[in-house]
Write a protein that binds this ligand. Structure first.
Ligand SMILES: [Zn+2]
Ligand SMILES: [Zn+2]
Length: 121
């Protein structure tokens, strides 16, 4: 697959523009995993640029993806602790961010699969 040299994300024809170095995005997507907004500054969308400026880490900003959920289901089934599972995701998420994200998408069942094993409050 063709990737954008500026942000290394996949490059689809309708988003591409020609430059001296080949094709790049007309506007690159936000570098935060799972964020679908376009970048406005330093590779971040407006919201993540503000959060990064306030000192938010990549672990705190990473958004839940389908790949995360698949990995979490596997790790819950294998008895992994919630905090450890959050840190082992690709890219990793902060446990509190992950907890909030799972509640937002209604995956209380997945959260419970971990919490039965005793998560620090
Ligand atoms: Zn790009
Ligand atoms: Zn973003």
């Amino acid at each position: 697959m063709l990737t954008c040299p500026a942000c290394t994300h996949p490059l689809y024809p309708h988003l591409a523009r020609p430059t001296d170095d080949g094709w790049t995005h007309a506007r690159c997507p936000c570098q935060v995993t799972g964020c679908e907004r376009l970048a406005i500054a330093r590779g971040y969308c407006k919201r993540h640029y503000k959060r990064a400026a306030k000192g938010a880490t990549p672990e705190e900003m990473t958004m839940l993806t389908d790949a995360h959920i698949e990995d979490l289901e596997w790790m819950a089934a294998n008895g992994e602790r919630f905090e450890i599972a959050a840190a082992r995701l690709h890219p990793p998420m902060k446990a509190t961010t992950l907890d909030r994200a799972l509640r937002r998408v209604g995956r209380l069942d997945l959260l419970a699969a971990f919490q039965r094993r005793g998560v620090a409050a």
